[in-house]
Design a protein around this ligand. Structure first.
Ligand code: SAH
Ligand code: SF4
Length: 379
């Protein structure tokens, strides 16, 4: 078969095959696709290098790739990235990126700059099914899962911005909009591409998946992925946890603890617990005692996150003294629990306001949620 015939076939094929987002492909996927087009292996590595090492956003950047091959790639894959609607820099060094997907929905990613590293908080879904009572996304409901392409696109967009500053995006946390383990396959593939030395090559300890506690998927994750795990605990007695996190009705604290102890045994990794502090709700002495009891058996880290107030949410953050008392109680029992404040509050006001404004002006769903800058996740 001549080169031209092959190319024509490829183009014909593209007409009937729905386009796949190019960022959904791992290096092996590139290799098998290009092999099917009779492209030599070293060429497929060149293409993959453009994506994974140079963060290419179009084939026109692929200067050592032939025009013909670029045409095949253009025809076979979708090269559209979410549009950056706004990029707001905060005084604290974070940048909130409001992105519009090709389907017209908003998601948000936040670049978090620290002295020795740069981290990105990514969204995994548009909305969320879990309906936690303190969370803006929870109020929004669920729209859809993000594809692997859309998850990796958030990384690629941010990596290019950070590269222009002469720095490297080294950490990713799945703490934006959505419940990552509810979108398991796409999140898993994204994590694998982020940590693979053949992919973006981040350290596995620098990619953190945060979950509200989808127990069977925690078990799967222990087997399937090399990454860090954070758990949104927020209460250590069932009655209270199910009041603020409905998922606790499906998998209660005993189920969660069993799965997490298994996870710890299987991976040997420390688990990070996130604990939002809500005034007069979950941060008195009683709750501190319950937390200590729950943590028994874990080699855990705890991050205390003062609740971020939003219009429409019925809670408040505790006073500094209350936060301190809770922290001291834990410290006296050898549990270090640093307090982590949300970043970027000055650029979007409280969480949710940035996208809420956009929603007003564009009449497009949805609002987005709080994004927490949890510093010092497993490193
Ligand atoms: N769905 C996953 C990951 C995204 S939420 C999860 O729940 O773990 C990321 C973190 O932001 C979670 O710990 C969540 O509980 C927290 N969060 C949500 N709303 C918040 C608020 N109003 N103030 C402080 N933290 C909040
Ligand atoms: Fe979903 Fe996490 Fe918000 Fe709960 S806290 S509603 S799981 S995004």
């Amino acid at each position: 078969m001549s080169d031209t015939t092959q190319k024509i076939q490829a183009v014909e094929h593209a007409k009937v095959t729905p386009s796949r987002g190019y960022l959904g492909l791992s290096r092996e996927d590139w290799s098998s696709f290009l092999e099917s087009q009779s492209v030599p292996k070293f060429r497929s590595n060149q293409v993959a290098d453009w994506v994974f090492k140079h963060f290419a956003k179009s084939t026109s950047e692929m200067t050592n790739v032939s025009k013909d091959l670029r045409a095949i790639l253009d025809n076979q894959f979708d090269w559209t990235l979410p549009e950056i609607v706004s990029a707001l820099d905060s005084k604290d060094g974070s940048t909130k990126l409001l992105l519009k997907t090709t389907s017209g929905q908003f998601i948000e990613s936040v670049i978090l700059r620290y002295e020795g590293r740069v981290s990105l908080c990514v969204s995994s879904q548009v909305g969320c099914k879990m309906a936690c009572s303190f969370c803006q996304t929870g109020k929004l409901g669920f729209f859809r899962h993000l594809t692997t392409h859309e998850i990796i696109a958030q990384f690629l967009i941010a990596a290019r911005i950070v590269r222009d500053e002469g720095r490297r995006l080294s950490h990713v946390v799945f703490m934006g909009m959505g419940e990552p383990l509810d979108n398991y396959d796409n999140v898993l593939k994204s994590v694998q591409m982020l940590v693979s030395p053949d992919g973006f090559g981040l350290s596995a300890r620098h990619v953190t998946v945060s979950t509200s506690g989808i127990v069977p998927k925690i078990r799967d994750l222990a087997k399937d992925a090399r990454c860090a795990l954070a758990v949104s605990l927020h209460a250590s007695r069932d009655e209270l946890r199910q009041e603020i996190m409905p998922i606790n009705r499906k998998w209660d604290l005993a189920d969660l603890k069993t799965a997490l102890l298994e996870y710890q045994r299987e991976t040997g990794d420390k688990i990070t617990f996130e604990y939002i502090m809500i005034r007069d709700k979950n941060c008195g002495l009683r709750e501190a005692k319950e937390l200590v009891k729950f943590l028994h058996g874990f080699r855990a880290k705890v991050n205390l996150i003062p609740f971020n107030a939003h219009p429409g949410l019925p809670y408040q953050r505790p006073t500094d003294d209350e936060i301190r008392a809770f922290q001291v109680y834990l410290a006296e029992r050898s549990i270090a629990a640093p307090v982590r404040y949300s970043k970027g509050l000055d650029v979007s006001g409280a969480c949710g306001q940035l996208a809420a404004k956009t929603q007003d002006s564009l009449h497009l769903a949805p609002r987005r949620k709080s994004v927490i800058a949890v510093d010092n996740l497993p490193s």
